[in-house]
Design a protein around this ligand. Structure first.
Ligand code: HEC
Ligand code: HEC
Length: 388
């Protein structure tokens, strides 16, 4: 019975695509009552103002919990004429991001949620979308709590969090955030079920080309990708996360296709002048400007477009950029990925300061080696079924 209700919500929230993949998430037994509530909240389209948008509307299971609307690089809110400034990231494996902090030994910021780390934890993050005017657009926490009180699972909520758990707004909003975090800590968000995982466990093979790609990915004198996207097991045998949760400025260009620039002044006062300072904007330090959190490359074949502003529509384009960013001439003015690749240039970075020129930009990879790395990344997609 409960599964039916969930399937209906999944349909309303995500359309047909979600319906095909949704059961996988719905049928997984939630390990605890809090996570079960989190699952109901995550797929519930009645929690936006007006109704119509859930977390799953932008974070769809079939696409590694990214936005199914790939017609534009950033996501539309429940008010369809409003858009955000950033590409919707996968929420998979983000339960492993440590709470946002400054590491004094390494002298850099680590962890947190969002591209700029401005939410320390999953709990803190979960409160954001409900109140964001370009997302679910509730005026305040009270409006969210009132909506949850009216759901068919309000009693189940109280059973999980205690009688009267929805009575007081601040406490109830904290429970809502904690339930969503608990759900995002369940297995469907970190299944470690890619062919690469199976290969690490000795239960699958990689092709010659995939193995070449892996070697290039790890070779410090070649791709050097693993320097920020670790690919080997940790000291205690932990599966690799393909991110070290640090921050860097790759010199990604502005995205001329971003609908955010033309957004109503009320939601983007700077218009076309808008520059995303990333971590620097959050911590208010100019030596962090232009830096964004290293995303996991798990499921990257499913999560196009790429980078904080969705500049790259293709995985190959992003690897070409790593390879020859500092070798091509600057494009005259703005150019999309396709235009830049055709003209043999790259536009100047969105934020010119703090660009990492030590580890990337001039890798000297051949066309074949670029292909090999792309093919390797395609082994990181979850849902590999080993042959019995
Ligand atoms: C309108 C689309 C939209 C909706 C609805 C939405 N998100 Fe997101 N989500 C985004 C975008 C865009 C970002 C990145 C924003 C940023 O970095 O500033 C994001 C980031 C996140 C992150 C951080 C991931 C990371 O890599 O740091 C988590 C976790 C997350 N969302 C969970 C949720 C939950 C839970 C809900 C429902 C309460 C939700 N989202 C609703 C678009 C959406
Ligand atoms: C110095 C650290 C660093 C190195 C080295 C590095 N990356 Fe990244 N990678 C990042 C950061 C930071 C981002 C996000 C940048 C942004 O959005 O502006 C990123 C983003 C990506 C993305 C986009 C993922 C998404 O979900 O949007 C891909 C693909 C990628 N990297 C692949 C690679 C490959 C392949 C290599 C090696 C050729 C590599 N990276 C080397 C730090 C690094």
């Amino acid at each position: 019975m409960r599964l039916w209700t969930l399937a209906a919500v999944g349909l309303a929230a995500g359309g047909l695509m979600a319906a095909a993949f949704f059961p996988a998430v719905a049928q997984q037994d939630a390990p605890n009552p809090q996570a079960a509530i989190g699952r109901l909240l995550f797929f519930d389209p009645t929690l936006s103002e007006p109704a119509g948008q859930s977390c799953a509307s932008c974070h769809e299971a079939a696409l590694a919990f990214t936005d199914p609307d790939t017609t534009q690089p950033t996501s539309r809110g429940v008010h369809r004429d409003r858009v955000g400034s950033r590409n919707t990231p996968s929420v998979m494996y983000m339960a492993f991001s440590p709470p946002f902090h400054f590491d004094p030994k390494e002298e850099h910021y680590v962890g947190g949620q969002f591209w700029d780390g401005r939410a320390a934890t999953l709990e803190e993050q979960a409160k954001g979308p409900f109140l964001n005017p370009v997302e679910m657009a509730n005026p305040d926490p009270r409006a969210v709590v009132e909506k949850v009180r009216r759901t068919g699972y309000a009693a189940q909520f109280e059973a999980a969090y205690g009688k009267g758990a929805l009575a007081e707004v601040d406490a109830a909003f904290n429970h809502i955030a904690s339930a969503l975090a608990a759900f995002q800590r369940t297995t469907p968000f970190q299944p470690f079920s890619s062919r690469y995982d199976a290969w690490l466990a000795g239960k699958a093979t990689l092709s010659e080309q995939e193995l070449r790609g892996l070697r290039l990915f790890e070779d410090e004198k070649k791709g050097n990708c693993a320097a920020c996207h670790p690919s080997q097991r940790g000291p205690k045998g932990e599966a690799p996360l393909f991110t070290d949760f640090t921050y860097d400025n790759l010199g990604v260009p502005r995205n001329p296709d971003s609908p955010f620039y033309a957004q109503d002044k009320a939601f983007n006062a700077q218009g076309r002048q808008f520059v995303d300072l990333g971590l620097g904007g959050f911590v208010d330090k100019r030596n962090e400007d232009g830096k964004f959190k290293v995303p996991t490359l798990r499921n990257v074949a499913r999560t196009a477009p790429y980078m904080h502003n969705g500049y790259f529509k293709t995985l190959r384009g992003s690897v070409v950029f790593y390879n020859d960013r500092d070798q091509r001439p600057a494009c005259k003015g703005e150019a999309t990925e396709a235009q830049a690749l055709e003209r043999g240039c790259w536009p100047s970075p969105e934020v010119a300061s703090n660009v990492n020129t030590e580890e990337l930009g001039r890798l000297g990879l051949t066309e074949q080696e670029v292909d090999d790395i792309v093919v390797f990344m395609e082994t990181l997609t979850d849902g590999h079924r080993p042959r019995e």
